[in-house]
Design a protein around this ligand. Structure first.
Ligand code: FES
Ligand code: FES
Length: 154
């Protein structure tokens, strides 16, 4: 089937999408957007986090066909000042090791700071509870979110 949608503010069309195909797979394999990662394909790790319209979702749990006519924003599309600030904070805080979890964490952090400019540590932990990282031990990720929040408020 054909899926027509808006991705990162551009009209995009994906052809030959099979009925059971995930939005994650369509973004990566058909539209060339490999920023969203495929680690578990079961909604457990958050590495595939994107915005569908304005809602944060695990794109591995969304059928590609459900995105028909909708707006998608991936980590590649977070190029506004806030998105760049989150990405820079992750690098500066040393919160990136293998980097596999990072795109999902960046999108989830962006969503958190959009709804709460000054999150507490428990708020941050709760907001990122669905994003797993096997490398960093999470402390540097917390540092990155605090840094991004601080910069955004400045
Ligand atoms: S790949 Fe989607 S949650 Fe893990
Ligand atoms: S930096 Fe490797 S999984 Fe998070």
């Amino acid at each position: 089937m054909r899926v027509t949608l808006t991705v990162n503010d551009e009209a995009r069309v994906a052809d030959d999408v099979w009925p059971g195909e995930s939005l994650l797979s369509m973004l990566r394999e058909r539209l060339g957007l490999t920023g969203s990662k495929n680690a578990c394909e079961q909604g457990e790790c958050g590495s595939c986090s994107i915005y569908l319209d304005d809602t944060l979702v695990c794109s591995c749990l969304v059928a590609a066909g459900q995105a028909e006519g909708h707006r998608v924003r991936t980590v590649e599309g977070l190029t506004d000042g806030d998105g760049d600030a989150v990405k820079a904070a992750f690098v500066e805080a040393g919160a990136v090791q293998c980097g596999f979890c990072t795109p999902g964490l960046v999108v989830s952090t962006h969503a958190l700071l959009d709804r709460d400019a000054d999150p507490t540590d428990p708020d941050i932990r709760e907001a990122l509870a669905g994003n797993l990282c096997r490398c960093t031990g999470y402390e540097k990720i917390l540092d990155a979110v605090r840094l991004a929040a601080e910069r955004r408020r400045a």
